[in-house]
Design a protein around this ligand. Structure first.
Ligand SMILES: NC(=O)c1ccc[n+]([C@@H]2O[C@H](COP(=O)([O-])OP(=O)(O)OC[C@H]3O[C@@H](n4cnc5c(N)ncnc54)[C@H](OP(=O)(O)O)[C@@H]3O)[C@@H](O)[C@H]2O)c1
Length: 295
């Protein structure tokens, strides 16, 4: 197929990595790629390589239909508006509806595992967007992306330095996967789409409980790390006492509940199916990023 591939959110970490994989591993000619972003200046290097860069903003729906015109496949990268007020769903619906009006041939969307049932507080944004994609009647690709392994680089430094990781996730497991593996898998699917529609859950090759991750981090850092198991209420109280902004505490607690319920633990072979290689193991990821948490 020689249609163009339009990637929204192209200056974000994932969008940029998808485009790099399209040009690199997938050998898609830059002339077949359109990068949509609120910040075209950040993509001057892509423009210089022959990628068309267009200014788009889901908060400015008037321009979207024109921007998407002529696209074969549109990848809608979910936005970072996690305010709990429905902003993200409104933004993504605007993009999906504009794509259908523009005559796009296929829509792809980055979602969340178990989006229909997940306890993650913003799961309804993702499920609503999946439903909006399906309602267009167009062929679709839905990528239900598991938690990024990179998320651990935000939480592990404190756990390693204090030796304690406060959690209410219990024995729940998470199938962490690196953002690089997600980007490679999405690019492979965009470059060689299946006929019809598909839903992928892009996960790591294994799922780990927080106790197991603490043991990995301890092994790599050489410092003991113990999970302190709490109830949701105890954890929320501790977060508030520790200065976590009150508004985001329910979202953080929802991540724990989703983990406990197994909503982030699905292990699939979808990354390998799409890329032809196994995703990086969590141990290898943490070893490669040792400096970020074990300093
Ligand atoms: N699975 C996980 O663990 C996990 C973790 C973090 C985030 N996510 C989700 O995955 C997405 C991509 O991850 P990332 O690492 O690339 O995040 P990121 O680097 O923070 O990028 C945020 C993305 O949101 C886009 N965006 C924000 N407001 C927008 C708007 N009004 N219109 C259009 N696009 C808008 C940005 O596009 P431009 O700046 O280029 O316009 C950018 O692509 C995130 O936005 C979030 O929905 C998943």
């Amino acid at each position: 197929m020689t249609d163009t591939i339009f990637v929204t959110g192209a200056s974000g970490h994932l969008g940029r990595a998808v485009i790099d994989n399209l040009i690199g591993a997938q050998r898609v000619p830059p002339a077949r790629i359109v990068a949509g972003t609120r910040n075209p200046d950040r993509l001057a290097d892509l423009a210089a390589r022959g990628v068309a860069v267009r200014r788009i903003d889901f908060d400015d729906p008037a321009g979207l239909e024109k921007a998407f015109a002529g696209a074969g496949t549109l990848l809608v990268i979910s936005t970072d508006a996690i305010d709990g007020a429905g902003t993200r769903l409104r933004q993504q619906k605007a993009a999906i509806e504009a794509a259908a009006k523009a005559g796009v041939k296929r829509i792809a969307y980055t979602s969340l595992p178990a989006a229909d049932v997940s306890k993650v507080s913003f799961a309804p944004d993702h499920y609503g967007s999946e439903q909006a994609v399906k309602a267009t009647g167009l062929p679709y690709l839905i990528f239900r992306n598991s938690w990024y392994a990179e998320n651990l680089l935000g939480s592990l430094p404190r756990a390693v330095s204090t030796g304690e990781w406060y959690s209410s996730a219990g024995k729940g497991r998470t199938a962490f996967v690196s953002r690089a593996d997600i980007a490679a898998a999405i690019a492979a699917a965009l470059a060689n789409p299946p006929s019809g529609s598909a839903v992928y859950t892009l996960s790591g090759a294994e799922a780990f409980s927080n106790d197991e991750i603490a043991a990995l981090a301890a092994g790599i850092s050489g410092k003991p790390v113990k999970v302190v198991h709490l109830s949701d209420g105890q954890l929320a109280g501790g977060m508030k006492a520790g200065g976590v902004p009150e508004a985001i505490v329910p979202m953080l607690i929802s991540f724990e509940a989703a983990t406990r319920e197994g909503h982030l633990g699905d292990v699939t072979g979808d990354v390998e199916k799409l890329t032809g290689r196994k995703p990086q193991s969590l141990k290898a990821f943490l070893e490669a990023n040792r400096a970020a948490f074990a300093g």
